[in-house]
Design a protein around this ligand. Structure first.
Ligand SMILES: *Cc1c(COP(=O)(O)O)cnc(C)c1O
Length: 227
């Protein structure tokens, strides 16, 4: 696997932080990275770590713990929810009422409330996670009644195009859904975060209204394998 040295991680983080508009947040997408690398990113100013795998997060969290916040950005399986509820400060990828109910149940047992984002399948790709844009409102209305969950916005990956510019319409549509649901003022729903944009697309995502971006490669270097 290609790794990136300390100086580079620091420079990368600082460069992205300098580009970030006021009020926007940078999540370091840490999949496949060693705790040592993640710690370097934290030392450089990262406040939020995004993890795709509960087990990987558990290991990193043991070493890094409260020095950062932890966002779950992968596909959450029901049998991992209990552990996820212990580790994470936000779950960005809720896309069904089943998984929302399980999170709610486990949070009730743990005595906490989990902020969640609704994942949008903005490219309408079959087999991909997320709800279609037109189904977001219905899902949010359903899970807004759960006591131990708080919907706080939307997240999308968007399709991976060769030309990042091609993803713009998907990001723009997600933004429109975000704005529309915000205007509905659904009780117990606070549309605050719009999480979209990765290494190849974050400039476009920010132009389209993202206030959370999730960056991996541009911080840590190219991943050798396993996406
Ligand atoms: C890996 C990943 C990212 C970051 O991707 P890069 O292209 O490495 O910046 C962002 N969001 C999610 C959900 C990811 O899995």
């Amino acid at each position: 696997m290609v790794t990136t040295d300390t100086v580079t991680i620091k420079q990368n983080v600082q460069q992205i932080l300098n580009e970030l508009p006021d009020g926007a947040q940078l999540v370091a997408a840490a999949k496949t990275r060693e705790p040592r690398e993640i710690l370097e990113a934290v030392a450089a100013g990262i406040r939020i770590i995004g993890e795709n795998y509960v087990q990987e997060a558990e290991r990193a969290c043991r070493e890094i713990g409260g020095r950062a916040e932890w966002h779950f950005i992968g596909h959450l399986q029901k049998n991992k929810v209990k552990k996820a509820v212990e580790i994470f400060d936000m779950i960005e990828t809720v896309d069904s009422s089943e998984i929302a109910s399980e999170i709610d149940k486990r949070c009730a047992q743990a005595g906490k409330t989990m902020p969640v984002l609704i994942e949008i399948n903005s490219g309408r790709e079959t087999g991909k996670a997320g709800v279609y844009p037109e189904d977001a409102e219905q899902l949010i209305r359903e899970i807004s009644t759960l006591k131990n969950i708080r919907v706080m916005g939307l997240m999308t990956m968007g399709p991976l195009f060769k030309k990042p510019e091609d993803a713009r319409p998907c990001l723009a549509e997600t933004r429109r859904v975000f704005d529309r649901i915000k205007e509905l003022n659904i009780p117990n729903v606070e549309m605050k975060y719009l999480s979209m944009g990765m290494t190849s697309s974050y400039h476009i995502a920010l132009e389209e209204g993202a206030n959370v971006i999730r960056i991996g490669s541009k911080i840590f270097g190219e991943r050798g394998y396993k996406d």
